[in-house]
Design a protein around this ligand. Structure first.
Ligand SMILES: Cc1cc2nc3c(=O)[nH]c(=O)nc-3n(C[C@H](O)[C@H](O)[C@H](O)COP(=O)(O)O)c2cc1C
Length: 186
C-alpha cells in the first residue's frame, strides 16, 4: 500500500514490533512519530499509529493529535499496545475515554494489541510508576486481579511477552478496505 504509513512510539520495543509487522504486511513505510516530518505523512490516505499504554494513556498520541487537523479525510487508526485484555469492553472503553479518542476533530478508529513488559528497560518516571503499581499489587489477592494487573504482578519475576502477530489481521483488512467505520472497541 503506497498510500499508507505506520507511525509508532515505544519505550520497551513492543509497539515498534507491532508497527514493523503492520508495515511489512502492508508494504509501507514506518517511522518513529517524534521524528516524523510532514513529507512522511502528507501523501498518505491511511495513517496507523501504534503506542504503548501507560496508566491508561497511549504514549506518543499527542504527536498525532497535535496535527490532527492536517489529516482531515484520512483513515486514522490508533493501536494501543499493552497488557489489558483486548476482549474486555470495559478496559477498552477506559482507554478510548482516557485518550479522548471520540472527541477528535478527525475521526479515529481504535484497535488494541496485547504485548508484554520488560521491567529492566523502564527508565525514570515509568520505573517509579511500575514500582508503585507492583508494590500495591503485592497486597492484592492474585485471584482478584484482572489480566493487566496479573501480568504486571507476574512481571516481578521477569519479562513477559504476549505479542501475537495474528492479532494485526483486523487492522490489515481495515486499512486496505475502502471507506471507514465509526470508532470500534475491539
Ligand atoms: C508504569 C506502567 C504502566 C502501565 N499501564 C498500563 C495500562 O494502563 N494498561 C495496559 O494495558 N498496559 C499498561 N502497561 C503495560 C504496557 O502498556 C506494556 O508494557 C507495553 O508493551 C508498552 O509498550 P512499549 O514497549 O511500546 O512502550 C503499563 C506498563 C508500565 C511499566
Amino acid at each position: 500500500m503506497k498510500d499508507a504509513v505506520v507511525l509508532f512510539r515505544t519505550l520497551q520495543g513492543y509497539s515498534a514490533q507491532y508497527a514493523q509487522w503492520i508495515a511489512e504486511e502492508l508494504h509501507c513505510s514506518c517511522h518513529e512519530i517524534a521524528h516524523t516530518e510532514p513529507q512522511h505523512t502528507g501523501y498518505a490516505r491511511v495513517l496507523i499509529f501504534c503506542g504503548g499504554v501507560y496508566n491508561g494513556r497511549i504514549n506518543g498520541l499527542p504527536f498525532l493529535t497535535r496535527d490532527i487537523g492536517d489529516h482531515v479525510g484520512k483513515k486514522i487508526i490508533v493501536c494501543g499496545v499493552g497488557l489489558s485484555d483486548p476482549n474486555d469492553p470495559e478496559a477498552m472503553a477506559h482507554i478510548v475515554e482516557k485518550n479522548h479518542l471520540l472527541e477528535m476533530k478527525t475521526p479515529i478508529d481504535f484497535y488494541f494489541f496485547r504485548s508484554g513488559i520488560s521491567p529492566s528497560k523502564l527508565k525514570s518516571i515509568d520505573k517509579w510508576s511500575y514500582a508503585l503499581i507492583t508494590h500495591r499489587l503485592k497486597r492484592k489477592d492474585p485471584a482478584k486481579m484482572g489480566m493487566y494487573e496479573k501480568a504486571m504482578y507476574d512481571s516481578l519475576q521477569g519479562p513477559l511477552d504476549f505479542s501475537d502477530k495474528e492479532s494485526i489481521r483486523g487492522v490489515l483488512q481495515y486499512a486496505q478496505a475502502s471507506g471507514r467505520n465509526p470508532v470500534k472497541i475491539r
